[in-house]
Every structure is written in C-alpha cells, then in structure tokens.
Write a protein that binds this ligand. Structure first.
Ligand code: ATR
Length: 272
C-alpha cells in the first residue's frame, strides 16, 4: 500500500473495534479498484463520540462506518439523515462533506444476503429472535418486503417497543411460530460467547430457512439447522454487503463482492 499526500481516509468507529473485519475487505476493494484510499479502525468510547465525529470531519476523513455501540447515538449527531436511517433509528454509514450525512446500509446488506437463499419475501411468515440494535434494520427490511413478521425477545418490554415502531406481532414463545414459519432469524448475541437453544431446535423443518446475524461461529443453531436439512446462512455476507453499500455511497464506484468475500475468506481461513 502506497500512502501519499493524496490518500483518502475512511474508517470504522466502534467500541471495542479490534475484532472488526471491515478493514480487511474495504482495503482490498480500494486496492482492487486502484483507488488511493485507506480504511482504518477507530476505537471511540461512547462519551467521546461527538468529539470524535467533529474531529474526523476536521481531519478531512471522507467517511466512516459506525458499529456497536454507537449506531443509535450517531443519528442525533449528523446534520442530515436519510429516511431509512430515521425509520430504523440508527446510522451505520457517515459521509463527511459540507454537511455530515448519516445513512443506514445494514437493511440493504441484510436483504441482499437473505434474498440469495430466499428471493421472495412477500407474505412469508418470519420469526425474528431478539429486539436489540441489529433487529431494527432486520424488522424494517422485512416490513418493506411485505413479510408477515413475528417478534420474540427475552425481555418482553423491548419487543413491545419495537413492535410499535415496525408494526410486527410479539409472541410469548418462539415455539408458537417455529412449526409454521418460512424463515427464522436470530439477531440475538446467543452463540457469540454463551450458546444454548433459544427454542427447541429439533422443531426446525427440512427446507425451512434459518438466518443468523452472527458469523464465523459454529453455533448450536447452525448445527441443528444443518442436521434438520434447513437452508442456513450466517451474517458474513450481510457484513460484506452493508460495507459495500457504504463504499458505493462514499466513492460512487462499484466494488466487487467477490473480491471482498475472497479477502475475508482468506483472512478467516474459510471456504465460501
Ligand atoms: P445488537 O446491537 O447486536 O442487536 P444488543 O442491542 O445488545 O445487540 O441486543 C442483544 C440482543 O440479544 C437482545 O435482543 C438481547 O435480549 P434482551 O433484550 O432480553 O437483553 C439478546 N440476548 C442477549 N443475551 C441473551 C440471552 N442469554 N438469551 C436471550 N437473548 C439474549
């Protein structure tokens, strides 16, 4: 990588940030397109978010992705937020210019990766597990597509709040919907460090679609989905597609998903 006086700077803002895979594929895509740009991680504590954004702008940084735990708070700090970011209640992409602009590309990344295994979502019966930050983009995307969405969360109050924002139905237990659902989506952090069954995984049906936002983890849900003959996807492609949508917003260039995925599979030693 040749850094010069003309190198454009991009990055990702989060806390913690050392685990982020975004620099791996974003830098590869810059390189592949021959753009003089570099993408770096910025570890920013919540109490420093406002100062950090002002500093990034002052330093002439072109754009950043925003990740946990800042996505909701950044919405309040941008000069302009697009409709999707406002409706979702979170920003994952900031573009600096005369104005600081906030966008959300998580929902696009989610839809694009999901449609590779389930192209038509209209009237599909979907169970969403979890009502945290990432569930918001998922619920928004599913409603846009006309799916029939049921939401379960360990803490009922959070599910109820989201159901009001997104017009989805809250269920008391996942088992109410699992037997008849076309699609089951796990947005919780279960499987990240601790792992246990969020419902009786032996109820998963052959050809049912199971989508999990976690990636690079051998989760119990993945194990059972495969054992039961379901169609399973983790969130790795969602991560790449949301990042490439941000890339498009910043540069106006068309990045190669194949190149981005190859960079990640090389890094993670995966076969995609
Ligand atoms: P993210 O931004 O990744 O969605 P988050 O906002 O912290 O992260 O949300 C985490 C989600 O995982 C929540 O839905 C949380 O459920 P609660 O609202 O009840 O906390 C869910 N979650 C985390 N640990 C869980 C566990 N052990 N069992 C069930 N759900 C869990």
């Amino acid at each position: 990588m040749k850094i010069s006086g003309r190198t454009a700077l991009y990055g990702v803002v989060g806390y913690p940030i050392s685990h982020s895979l975004s620099p791996i594929f974003q830098n590869r895509v810059f390189e592949h397109l021959g753009l003089n740009a570099v993408y770096v991680p910025f570890e920013v504590k919540p109490e420093n978010l406002k100062t950090a954004l002002e500093g990034l702008k002052a330093l002439g940084i072109k754009g950043v992705n925003v990740t946990i735990p800042h996505k909701e708070n950044v919405l309040e700090l941008v000069d302009y937020a697009d409709e999707h970011a406002k409706n979702i209640g979170a920003v994952n992409t900031v573009k600096f210019g005369d104005k600081t602009e906030g966008y959300n590309t998580d929902w696009v990344g989610f839809l694009k990766s999901l449609k590779e295994i389930l192209p038509e979502l209209k009237d599909k019966k979907v169970l969403v597990l979890g009502a945290g930050g990432s569930a918001r983009a998922v619920l928004y995307a599913l409603k846009q597509e006309g799916a029939q969405v049921f939401l379960w969360n360990r803490t009922k109050e959070k599910a109820k709040l989201l159901s009001q924002s997104f017009g989805v139905e809250v269920v008391e237990s996942p088992e109410e919907v699992v037997p008849t659902a076309d699609l089951i989506i796990n947005t919780t952090s279960v499987g990240l460090t601790e792992d246990y069954m969020l419902f009786d995984y032996s109820l998963i049906r052959e050809r049912q679609v199971v989508f999990e936002l976690l990636y690079n983890r051998q989760t119990l849900l993945k194990e059972w989905a495969e054992k039961r003959g379901a169609i399973y996807s983790d969130g790795l492609k969602m991560l790449v597609y949301q990042g490439l949508e941000s890339f498009r917003l910043w540069t106006g260039c068309e990045p190669s998903p194949k190149v981005a995925l190859q960079a990640l599979s090389g890094h993670l030693k995966l076969t995609l």
